[in-house]
Design a protein around this ligand. Structure first.
Ligand SMILES: [Zn+2]
Length: 212
């Protein structure tokens, strides 16, 4: 027999977002602000405006993603010549010079992973908003996955550093970070905050509503 689907919300409990203390929902929570009895943090049954906030951040990150890919990421100056490279032209450069491993790392970290995160977050948002949750466990796993890869997003910054080192050692050229680097950092940070502002409990709320 499947266990009955319940939640702290239905049992009249509320979890503190700061210290995770599960306490009985105070009567006053429906009418105004109440605070955690242990740490004093404001209590919310769900992250406030989670869906709208996550949408806004995902859209902002997608906007930053455009200059991050179109503008030059690195500006290299070798003897007499200056060349600006976007992420993709960098990837192509490494592929043409036989370093497909480096090309793959840059492509995965800078183009593919941020794109994958947009797709997952949009999918979760649509599923919750239109109440199309069939496999809540799978969706929760998907959310945990985006949260986990968020920690690795800073890898991109290391990729640029490694690039700098490679070029310096290999060709005795000078290399600087281009304007895309700033947009890139914005993509990484905005997506991380977007994932953080999504409340995965909303997935289970949809399932609960349907069974009532
Ligand atoms: Zn607390």
């Amino acid at each position: 027999m499947k266990p009955a689907r319940t939640s702290a919300l239905r049992l009249g409990l509320v979890s503190c977002s700061a210290c995770h203390l599960l306490s009985r929902k105070p009567q006053a929570l429906d009418h105004g602000i109440t605070y955690c009895p242990r740490c004093g943090e404001e209590l919310h049954q769900r992250k406030p405006n989670s869906i709208a906030r996550t949408w806004a951040l995902v859209i902002a990150a997608m906007v930053f993603y455009i200059p991050a890919n179109v503008l030059p990421m690195t500006i290299t100056s070798a003897v007499g010549t200056v060349s600006a490279d976007t992420i993709m032209s960098g990837v192509i450069y490494f592929m043409q010079h036989g370093s497909w491993e480096i090309a793959l790392v840059i492509f995965t970290a800078s183009v593919f992973v941020p794109f994958l995160k947009f797709i997952i977050l949009i999918y979760l948002l649509l599923a919750v908003q239109f109440k199309l949750v069939k496999q809540p466990k799978d969706l929760t796993r998907l959310y945990r996955f985006t949260e986990a890869i968020g920690r690795w997003s800073m890898l991109d910054i290391y990729v640029v550093t490694i690039l700098v080192a490679l070029v310096k050692l290999g060709f005795l050229a000078d290399i600087e970070a281009g304007p895309a680097a700033l947009y890139f950092a914005l993509v990484v940070v905005t997506t991380m905050v977007a994932a953080e502002s999504f409340d995965p409990r909303l997935i289970w709320d949809v399932v609960g509503e349907k069974h009532e």
